[in-house]
Design a protein around this ligand. Structure first.
Ligand code: ADP
Length: 267
């Protein structure tokens, strides 16, 4: 039965090309009921990985894109007025806790501080979610798993996780796929032939090496997929690169000129 369920999940799982043993590590952490922190640059495959693993493990997934206005109430729930009546509406975290689902907090450091307070009792062995407003204290259903991601690349002292929070998670480091794998991913995602994807991936590598000098962040795998998809749809290579791999990286004309020189060197 279990094996059958797993197979079913695997058939539906969104495509994810592993970089190493991350699928096994995640599955074991899930089995142990451990919360997991995914560290890595934006657009390198973390969200896809979680969607893939949730499907493989046969667990529902609630994804929350955190932002600086996201509060604990957004995750837990709130009373809302419905037809003259006040009703309690569960937030995504509460739903995941009740259903034994995976709750994925993308870019968790962006969220307001009260969010981390909520995570603490959920990430130790009590696995409980106190809901102050209703007086409930929910015990997480079997299968509930907390997954959070953050990007250590943004050098902002105000936006790092406190040790008291991060040491409640097992952590996995992600990075852009190695060139051969990135070619495979981009070809598969865009439908562009691998030999046409190769120079785009080579260019991405060069652009990434500029991180920290002219660029805050290197080009993501997501942007390489965009460029390849535009080319597959008939856009010229030059225009697609400019639209998907240069303009999104910088607003500074000098920097962009420098990046375009790199393009000429690669193509
Ligand atoms: P992140 O969550 O790290 O910001 P995403 O998971 O949204 O990034 O990845 C961006 C895109 O890159 C995905 O939509 C997918 O097309 C592609 N991608 C990156 N790495 C992989 C991978 N290993 N397997 C499949 N697709 C990948």
């Amino acid at each position: 039965m279990n094996a059958h369920m797993k197979l079913e999940g695997a058939a539906e799982a969104p495509f994810y090309l592993p970089q190493g043993d991350e699928c096994d590590v995640f599955a074991t952490a899930a089995q142990a009921d451990f919360p997991v922190l995914l560290k890595g640059p934006t657009g390198c495959g973390k969200t896809r990985f979680v969607a893939h693993m949730a499907a493989k493990l046969g667990r529902p997934l609630y994804t929350v894109a955190c932002h600086d206005d996201l509060s604990a109430a957004d995750l837990i729930g709130r009373y809302l007025l419905k037809g003259g009546e006040t009703v309690w509406v569960d937030g995504p975290l509460t739903r995941a806790v009740r259903e034994g689902a995976i709750c994925y907090l993308d870019e968790v450091v962006e969220a307001r501080k009260d969010v981390t307070v909520v995570l603490h009792p959920l990430t130790d062995d009590r696995r409980i979610l106190p809901i102050d407003r209703t007086g409930e204290e929910l015990e997480a259903a079997p299968g509930f798993m907390l997954v959070a991601s953050y990007n250590p690349g943004y050098q902002n002292i105000l936006k790092t996780l406190k040790p008291s929070t991060r040491q409640r998670f097992v952590a996995m480091e992600f990075d852009f796929p190695a060139p051969q794998r990135e070619c495979e991913v981009v070809a598969r995602e865009s439908g562009l032939a691998e030999d046409r994807v190769k120079p785009l991936v080579r260019l991405a590598g060069k652009l990434r090496s500029l991180k920290g000098q002219d660029l805050e962040e290197g080009v993501s795998t997501r942007l390489v997929v965009y460029a390849a998809s535009l080319i597959a749809l008939g856009m010229s290579v030059e225009r697609a690169i400019d639209t998907a791999m240069i303009e999104p990286l910088s607003d500074d004309e000098d920097v962009k000129r420098g990046l375009r020189d790199l393009v000429t060197a690669v193509f």
